[in-house]
Design a protein around this ligand. Structure first.
Ligand SMILES: NC(=O)c1ccc[n+]([C@@H]2O[C@H](COP(=O)([O-])OP(=O)(O)OC[C@H]3O[C@@H](n4cnc5c(N)ncnc54)[C@H](OP(=O)(O)O)[C@@H]3O)[C@@H](O)[C@H]2O)c1
Length: 504
């Protein structure tokens, strides 16, 4: 059965290539006069991600001609100074590292700047005047999350948010991560936002979901259904998801000391990937059906039994070591980190999903800083003969160099295992995640955004572990050398599989 399906699948992909995805938009809305209002437009996220994304959407003809871009910050910029700042940021950070001057001269007329203090009414009054011509609004909150409730409240009080039940025009609020820092704070934040917004107006961004590799995964699972008969506990031994970074924490000691790895990478990116790998195929690829399938899966993940949690979840912190030939310091020696810090920079966990499809199939998740390579990949390990492990391994590489590969089973343990690429590599450079997600938001397609109940289900799973680690501080930190794949206990959890090409 397995061999037959592989052969059929290979012949299909060789003839067609895996088609481009993906989740469908809810009924599309024409956007004749849309304002994209960025709160926090003088900040780092705007310079690195949002400005390049908007520029590329515009130059690729994906922004309506009447779009207005309004940047909001505290600094006393003129619109001209703000445009210059964006121009320079695009030149440095865009995927083409260049700005087409002829196009820019036209495009920059759409951009303006407004000085506004988040907590002061004058700015919102002015904004209300300025946005009179734009019926539809995207408010992008590129700010610290503590400001979200206040901004949303002020927007509402100043009549800047359309009512989805009454108005023909729409308002959408894009919210950056993190959405809460544990279960209670996520519930509280949601309560504050829902006083002023309908859930359909909130677009919680997880930029991983905009990556090309995630589009490939969605396409592979829900459009090319050849693997679907094998996608269950009869054929799959276990699943691994790795999100590794070779960099350390850089200059972000304060952020990292407050956050730690579980909060930064597990509860959002890894859980979203897990949901897409394991959920039932949604009845349609419209946002509401996709969310229904995801939340069902997330709710079927078994909570940790805290009595045996030390066998199921491993934490780590990097020591000094050698990453790609360069000697680097340990976490506790990074600038701004206390010498006795107990914050984790690595985590691995074994999860069980209590449903018919996945009963008995462990899902192993790991993520860490200062590992040997930067990669995000899924390894689906199939059962071998007689139902034992050691069959074929399917790799779905999310980044870098998104691709789908099959590492074949070898009859003898020492024989090489051939690696076959199953998808047709894209000839075009990948579109940046923020471009994809901003375009989806403008079109009203929320299928790649995270709904409140998904976020809360994720915090419900991880908060007890965060609390447990806080009340049972690790004795042996640091416990892995920079440039290795994490603590020994993680290797004892499972034999991790990695695509050879990621070791380069
Ligand atoms: N940076 C990234 O690559 C990145 C990646 C993923 C997620 N995020 C998330 O994105 C959000 C923004 O991050 P960031 O790195 O861009 O932050 P940032 O560089 O500190 O920028 C913060 C922005 O908010 C403005 N601001 C702060 N307080 C204000 C107030 N009271 N009134 C008006 N404006 C105010 C600042 O304006 P002034 O500078 O003019 O004072 C600035 O434009 C955070 O939630 C972060 O977690 C960032």
């Amino acid at each position: 059965m397995f061999q037959y399906i592989i052969i059929s699948f290979l012949s299909l992909v060789l003839s067609l290539g895996i088609g481009l995805p993906v989740f469908a938009a809810e009924p599309k809305v024409e956007t004749p006069s849309t304002a994209i209002v960025i709160f926090g437009a003088t900040g780092d996220l705007t310079a690195k991600k949002l400005a390049p994304a908007l520029y590329h959407l515009a130059i690729d003809g994906k922004l309506a001609e009447k779009t207005a871009i309004v940047g909001i910050g505290r600094r006393d910029y003129s619109s001209e100074e703000f445009r210059k700042q964006l121009h320079d940021a695009i030149q440095i950070n865009s995927r083409t590292k260049s700005v087409d001057d002829a196009f820019w001269n036209h495009f920059q007329n759409k951009i303006s700047y407004q000085r506004l203090d988040f907590d002061r009414d004058e700015g919102y009054e002015q904004l209300s005047e300025d946005l009179k011509k734009q019926n539809n609004r995207v408010y992008y909150l590129a700010t610290q999350p503590s400001y979200f409730p206040q901004i949303v409240q002020k927007l509402s009080e100043h009549g800047l948010i359309k009512d989805p039940d009454r108005d023909k025009e729409w308002s959408r609020i894009v919210i950056e991560k993190p959405f809460g820092s544990d279960l209670d704070s996520a519930i509280a934040l949601q309560k504050q936002l829902s006083e002023y917004l309908d859930e359909s107006q909130i677009y919680r961004i997880d930029h991983f979901l905009g990556k090309e590799g995630i589009q490939n995964l969605i396409s592979f699972r829900f459009e090319d259904s050849l693997f679907e008969p094998l996608w269950n506990n009869r054929y799959i031994d276990h699943v691994q998801i790795t999100l590794s970074e070779d960099i350390g924490i850089g200059t972000r000691a304060n952020f990292w000391e407050e956050t730690g790895l579980l909060r930064d990478l597990f509860q959002n990116h890894l859980m979203q990937i897990l949901a897409l790998v394991a959920m039932e195929p949604p009845s349609t690829l419209q946002a509401s059906d996709v969310h229904a399938a995801k939340i069902k899966l997330l709710n079927a993940i078994q909570p940790f039994n805290l009595k045996e949690v030390d066998q199921l979840a491993i934490s780590g912190q990097y020591d000094s070591g050698n990453v790609k030939g360069i000697q680097v310091s340990g976490y506790r020696q990074e600038k701004g980190v206390p010498a006795d810090s107990l914050v984790e920079t690595f985590a691995a966990a074994k999860l069980s999903i209590d449903n018919e499809r996945w009963k008995g199939v462990p899902f192993y998740l790991r993520a860490g800083k200062r590992l040997p390579a930067k990669t995000t990949e899924i390894a689906v390990v199939f059962k071998g003969k007689d139902g034992k492990e050691n069959g074929h391994t399917l790799f779905i590489r999310i980044q870098p160099d998104a691709g789908i590969f099959l590492r074949k089973f070898a009859k003898n343990a020492d024989d090489p295992r051939p690696l076959i690429r199953l998808d047709a590599p894209s000839k075009k450079p990948p579109v940046e995640a923020y471009e994809k997600l901003l375009a989806d938001c403008i079109q009203g397609n929320a299928s790649l955004f995270v709904q409140a109940d998904e976020q809360i289900a994720s915090w419900r799973l991880w908060t007890p572990l965060i609390d447990h680690w806080q009340s049972h501080p690790p004795q042996a930190f640091p416990n892995y050398k920079a440039g290795t794949w994490g603590p020994k206990a993680s290797e004892e959890l499972v034999h991790w599989e990695i695509l050879e090409i990621s070791k380069s």
